[in-house]
Design a protein around this ligand. Structure first.
Ligand SMILES: Nc1nc2c(ncn2[C@@H]2O[C@H](COP(=O)(O)OP(=O)(O)OP(=O)(O)O)[C@@H](O)[C@H]2O)c(=O)[nH]1
Length: 417
């Protein structure tokens, strides 16, 4: 069964907790003891209704203990698919939370309160979803019960959002009118909105096509370990262990080791001591090469006829996640897959206004949650693909050298001149 990993984003009080609660409740993914606890807690309410937000928030506070970055993960399953909901709470540190949670999501649910329409947070969340290259976007227009389930209200928000989406590089956008509180169009199709011809949220989540999101073209294998047994009879054995992050490798393929550029062919592909003729992302394998080339941890093995950019000058979009500002000239560690190198901030090309999407030049420093296009100079060459072509091999992070904390998320774009 396949797995859909999605993030929910919305301003405080748009109804995110209620929506997640409703999804879990109506799809019967709540454990019996959790259900009893919620029913007990809800009894104290005047209307005696079950408070679905209690379920989500209860789980959230459990998960938050001891976690520095504020993202909670929730799992549920229907007969059709498994789901992981990445729940990034909507308060102040939203950019950082959303970036942290969303980088490997295939879908984002952006909540909009039907009474308020597109607001600042909607713009910010949509921008981040677009920067992170999330291929599917659901605009969930919630609290439709408070606007008399009006088709006009829904259509106006869709038109307004569409204008915004034009300015961004967002993938597929789907609009769903719903009431998380009453359950309209969450799991069951709503009788209150007969004018809506689309599916309820859950059926959309169950059926949205995910296969074409996989990058099967660029074969990329970051080396995690070199395996070199010391026993005499195995003295020829040398394998490279790691996880294929994209594409397909076959026995006999001509490959190049980056950044050195040495070339060889694949002699064998091994998974749990069995041999295979081919392997693809996201399999963990041991590759054997025909020649005794120099390979170490952090190197990238690729097919020779499809190579990434290899450069020490890298242009990237950056989400800054530290309270200490980033300044031009500052030095950090860049981590790209299994590869690490020191780097310096060469330039801030522009800073992006997260609400108007305008670009400001002549910026010398960035503060927490800022987004900018920058140039890094690295000590060793980085072997990367543009993020919009390959999310795994185009993503990287910046680490503070003294505290060892992740301070920035990078979407690598191209070689800088
Ligand atoms: N009328 C109506 N109220 C709703 C709906 N969805 C949520 N609410 C109410 O809106 C308020 C906020 O809902 P929450 O689910 O707590 O909001 P949230 O966005 O999850 O907030 P945080 O996750 O805590 O940031 C609560 O009082 C909900 O009962 C809806 O569809 N209709």
């Amino acid at each position: 069964m396949d797995l859909l990993r999605f993030i929910t984003a919305g301003s405080v009080d748009d109804g995110k907790s209620t929506l997640i609660g409703r999804l879990l409740y109506d799809s019967k993914s709540i454990l019996a003891d959790q259900m009893e606890a919620i029913e007990r807690a809800s009894k104290s309410r005047d209307d005696g209704e079950i408070d679905l937000a209690l379920l989500t928030d209860g789980l959230r506070s459990e998960r938050e203990q001891g976690i520095t970055i504020d993202v909670a993960y929730r799992y549920f399953q229907t007969p059709k698919r498994k789901f992981i909901i990445v729940d990034a709470p909507g308060h102040i540190q939203y950019t950082r939370n959303m970036v942290t949670g969303a980088s490997n999501c295939q879908l984002a649910v952006v909540l909009v309160d039907a009474r308020h329409g597109v607001v600042e947070q909607t713009r910010r969340h949509s921008l981040i979803a677009s920067l992170l290259g999330i291929p599917h976007l659901v605009v969930a227009i919630n609290k439709m019960d408070l606007v008399d389930y009006s088709q006009d209200v829904f259509s106006n928000i869709c038109i307004h959002y569409n204008e915004l989406a034009q300015k961004l590089d967002v993938g597929e956008v789907t609009y769903i009118p719903l009431s998380a509180l009453n359950g309209d169009n969450v799991v069951e199709k709503s009788a209150n909105m007969p004018w809506y011809e689309g599916e309820p949220l859950l059926s959309y989540l169950e059926t949205v096509e995910l296969d074409h999101d996989e990058n099967l073209t660029d074969a990329r294998f970051p080396v995690q370990y070199v395996i070199r047994p010391q026993t005499a009879e195995l003295h020829d054995y040398r394998g490279y262990a790691g996880k294929i992050t994209s594409g397909i490798f076959r026995k006999g393929d001509t490959v190049t080791v980056l950044p050195t550029g040495e070339t060889s062919t694949i002699d064998a592909i091994e998974v749990a001591e069995k041999h295979f003729d081919e392997a693809f992302a996201p399999m963990s394998v041991v590759l054997h090469l025909a020649d005794d080339v120099d390979v170490s941890r952090g190197n990238l093995i690729v097919k020779s006829d499809n190579q990434p950019v290899v450069s020490q000058n890298v242009e990237a979009m950056l989400c800054w996640m530290d309270t200490k500002p980033l300044k031009v000239g500052n030095k950090y560690t860049l981590q790209h897959g299994t590869f690490r190198t020191r780097c310096a901030v060469r330039e801030i090309i522009y800073q992006l206004n997260v609400n108007t999407y305008e670009e400001t030049e002549d910026v010398e420093s960035l503060k927490l949650n800022d987004i900018a296009r920058i140039v890094l100079k690295t000590a060793k060459p980085v072997s990367f693909d543009p993020y919009d072509k390959n999310r795994v091999n185009g993503g990287a992070i910046l680490i503070d050298e003294t505290s060892n904390v992740t301070v920035g998320a990078l979407m690598l774009r191209k070689e800088a001149i």
